[in-house]
Design a protein around this ligand. Structure first.
Ligand code: NAI
Ligand code: MG
Length: 825
């Protein structure tokens, strides 16, 4: 035994183990064997798989493998519970969420110890971070449930949602999924990760105790196949997934064309950027939280340390000294910094990647002390001499492994930071607020922490850019993932409802005209020549000559199509009304290049400037309103009154987005730190859009205007049947000061061109309005770079402002970046 003097000298401290007793008795109560929680009851255990404590390598329970029949039963239970749950008064749902928060708090230590034993993460983290955040999520969302009717007026629950979660934050990811879904009025089938099913089962018990109605929450365990059965189930309306980008891509493809709403929170390779004026001692503690928190098994882990050259050597020396003091060991020891890796297969994966880093020539460093050898432990690891292209700099390691690279200038830091297909999070360290707030918007990431890292809160949205997935969890922005416009639920409209030949008729149905009666009065003030709409001016002698051959519109210029093909455009009665060029793959590529060249400048233009340009387009369209009305009538034979109405509505729509351009504000979230989380609506970037076939002018403007108002650049494929309103529109654009490349228009085979856009890795989002087969194609092709898609076959009344414009469009055109800025010394 050591003497006091010896202990004083070494400052070694002994273990401070948390007791397993309560957890063992809870497991014992269940005889360590679990069925699923379906329809408010536990199923008889089926085929079982082992649940291991990775710190001891011992099996602690056995859990049922969810079969297809189990998934069917869970979906049926959720479906039958839906009407009552969705129909509950918001306050009643708020009470249930509040009770869940209280239930979690009441059992907080049981949950923390169980989580620690199931996952291997330290009790210090489960007790102080995971479980308190879980309770916080339920409290926060009890609030959204309460405010649902006033804050999300006109929206309703999507329906039955399937949720699939990973093993790195088992209970926290459950809370991130379940709380907003319940608040919005959905019912749930949740599948925990196969490595970590236990806290979800304990949670089900808590939910049962507080009286959550049967079927509202269903927990089905199992491996990937069980997850796939949920994803593919035809009676599920939405899938929310957190996990690997690989599986995210599978899910994107599996749900393509199904009408299921999808949110994906995937991997990352997040940069941790240190400028030479940063406080290096704070940086060191930041790094500890960035990459050694949860053994580095964090989707937003700061796994790439980017350091300005001048301080790199000093920082690495400080880091190594700090690493020598980290403690790895039993997760239940309250004095331990790092626990165990979740499973042997993950440990093996980390070892292999580290080995690869060494063999690719990087320098590996680990502290001198030895890790426990019994369970799945891995020491904190630091790589230097790393090339930006090397495997360990590109691949998500998902372990306690940090790679270091250096840069010289802030520009270089941004280039290096963005040099990955991911875009989940970033951390910026500098004493200069100017520099931090200059860099934050330039980083492609959904979350940016200034002089801090891994801060989370229920009030601030979390989620990625690019291949880190789409959708947000938390905050107001996260609620949208579980809501749909009233009457627009996929089941309400019937997923089998394929748009067909009837759509043209519906589109021009005169009843839809009557809904916007004011349109008939307004335009006369905008249209300087209302007389052009008199019937005499519609005689064929006044029509534009048929031999006027339009081109494509690329980079601000009318461009000849790559191939010399044109298509004849016929009116419904068969009259030839003109020709339009047949764009091809090469034209699309040129247009994407032009859109990219314009993207940076346009995104930085002020809202005021973008608004001015939208008004100017409206002004020039109004000046030629008569021509456009004539053209539309001639093409579609919709009647001159309707054609004029469409032009008027198009002008009004441009005004709408001219108005929004400087008003689609972000927000400042109220997070529990001394500081702010600024939620900015950022443009997505380059958006490809296949326009609705009906309303050749209005349909196009309804998509282009919100996209450019929010700072995106576009490649537009106009209505295939009626493209001439779009080709006429070139001259309006040319006279309206629209910067070259902001709007590019390629006519031709709509679905063929849309596919090229959807597959293009430099297109960041793809909108498709058309037939269901095209929706499926768009969603399928988009998986290559995980583009954001907005693809729909639902009818829309484009003339009705409630249906054809507004926040729904602005949300699709933007993604929220949360920038956390703590105050003070
Ligand atoms: P994973 O993505 O396979 O598993 C996540 C969840 O998806 C689990 O519940 C799993 O059962 C389920 N799943 C697997 N295949 C499925 C399918 N075809 N359809 C539906 N659900 C399916 O992740 P895994 O295999 O556990 O870890 C592999 C790597 O993924 C890790 O090394 C890490 O790099 C990354 N990862 C990233 C996470 C993140 O939060 N970004 C979380 C977990 C893993
Ligand atoms: Mg897997």
């Amino acid at each position: 035994m050591s003497s006091v003097a010896e202990i004083f000298n070494t400052m070694e401290y002994g273990p401070a183990p948390e007791s397993e007793k309560e957890v063992l008795s809870w497991l014992g109560k269940h005889e360590r064997v679990f069925g699923h929680y379906i329809g408010g009851a536990w199923t008889e255990p089926g085929q079982l798989f082992d649940v291991m404590n990775p710190a001891t390598s011992k099996t602690i329970a056995r859990v049922s493998e969810g079969t297809k029949a189990d998934v069917d039963a869970a979906v049926a239970a959720a479906r039958s519970a839906l009407p009552d749950w969705k129909g509950l008064a918001p306050h009643a749902r708020a009470r249930f969420l509040y009770a869940l928060a209280r239930g979690v708090q009441k059992h907080s230590r049981l949950l923390a110890v169980l989580e620690s034993m199931d996952n291997g993460k330290s009790i210090r983290e489960t007790r102080d971070i995971d479980v308190p955040l879980v309770a916080r999520h339920f409290y926060h969302h009890a609030g959204w449930a309460q405010l649902l009717d006033s804050e999300f007026a006109g929206y309703e629950a999507i329906g039955v949602v399937g949720q699939i979660i990973p093993w790195n934050f088992p209970l926290l990811m459950l809370a991130w999924k379940i709380a907003p879904a319940l608040a919005a009025g959905n019912t749930i089938i949740l599948k925990p990760a196969e490595f970590t099913p236990l806290t979800a089962l304990c949670f089900a018990e808590i939910a049962h105790e507080i009286g959550i109605p049967a079927g509202v929450i269903n927990i089905v365990n199992g491996h990937g196949e069980t997850g796939a059965a949920i994803v593919e189930h035809p009676d599920v309306d939405k899938i929310a997934f957190t996990g690997s980008t690989e599986v995210g891509r599978i899910i994107r493809k599996a749900t393509a064309g199904s009408g299921k709403k999808l949110s994906l929170e995937l991997g990352g390779k997040s940069p941790f950027i240190v400028y030479d004026d940063a406080d290096l001692d704070s940086v060191v503690e930041g790094v500890v939280d960035a990459i050694w928190f949860n053994q580095g098994q964090v989707c937003c882990a700061g796994s790439r340390l980017l350091v300005q050259e001048g301080v790199a050597e000093r920082l690495v020396a400080k880091l190594r000294a700090r690493m020598e003091k980290l403690r790895v060991g039993s997760p239940l020891d309250k004095a331990v910094d790092m626990g165990a890796i979740v499973a042997p297969v993950q440990l093996e994966r980390i070892r292999e990647l580290v080995q690869q880093g060494v063999s690719e020539g990087s320098t590996m460093w680990q502290p001198s002390w030895a890790c426990p050898t019994e369970g799945c432990f891995y020491p904190p690891t630091l790589f230097t001499d790393v090339q930006p292209s090397s495997t360990i700099a590109q691949v998500e390691i998902f372990g306690p492994v940090l790679v270091t690279m250096t840069f010289r200038t802030p520009e270089e830091s941004v280039a290096l930071a963005n040099n990955t297909p991911y875009g989940l999070a970033a951390s910026i360290w500098t004493e200069s607020i100017n520099l931090a707030l200059d860099i934050a918007p330039k980083i492609k990431a959904g979350v940016v922490w200034v002089n801090s890292t891994n801060l989370f809160d229920a009030a601030a949205g979390f989620g990625g850019y690019r291949e880190s997935g789409f959708g947000r969890e938390g905050g107001r922005e996260g609620m949208w993932e579980y809501l749909v416009r009233q009457g627009r639920g996929s089941r309400v409209e019937g997923r089998g409802n394929v748009r067909g030949a009837s759509r043209r008729k519906t589109a021009f149905d005169s009843t839809s005209m009557q809904s916007s009666a004011e349109g008939a009065i307004l335009p006369s003030t905008l249209d300087p020549q209302p007389s052009t709409l008199s019937s005499s001016s519609l005689s064929s002698s006044s029509l534009p000559p048929v031999d006027r051959t339009p081109k494509l519109f690329i980079a601000g210029k009318q461009a000849r199509p790559d191939q010399g093909y044109t298509r004849r455009i016929h009116s419904p009665s068969g009259r030839v009304v003109g020709e339009s060029p047949e764009g091809n793959r090469k034209d699309i590529r040129n247009a994407v290049e032009a859109a990219h060249a314009a993207a940076k400048g346009w995104a930085r233009a002020t809202g005021h400037n973008r608004g001015q340009i939208l008004y100017y387009i409206a002004e020039n369209l109004a000046a030629r309103g008569g021509d456009f009305a004539r053209r539309i009538d001639e093409m579609t034979e919709c009647g001159k009154r309707r054609a004029k109405h469409e032009v008027d509505a198009s002008i009004a729509r441009l005004f709408t987005y001219g108005a929004w351009a400087d008003k689609y504000d972000g927000s400042v979230h109220s997070v529990p730190i001394r500081g702010v989380a600024i939620a900015m609506n950022e443009p997505i970037g380059v958006i490809g859009m296949a326009c609705p076939d009906e309303y050749s002018l209005l349909g196009m403007i309804s998509l282009v205007a919100p996209a450019i108002a929010t700072g995106n650049t576009t490649i537009v494929i106009p209505s295939a049947d009626y493209p001439l309103a779009a080709t006429d529109f070139y001259s309006v654009l040319e006279t309206s000061d629209v910067p070259a490349g902001v709007i590019n228009i390629v006519t031709g085979d709509k679905d063929g061109l849309a596919k090229v856009l959807a597959e293009h890795d430099d297109v960041e989002a793809m909108w498709y309005f058309g037939a269901r087969e095209g929706v499926r194609m768009t969603e399928l092709a988009s998986a290559s770079n995980m583009k954001r898609t907005w693809a729909t076959w639902h009818e829309r009344d484009w003339l009705d402002a409630k249906d054809g414009e507004g926040r729904e469009f602005l949300r699709a055109a933007t993604q929220v970046k949360n920038i956390w800025v703590p105050y003070g010394e």
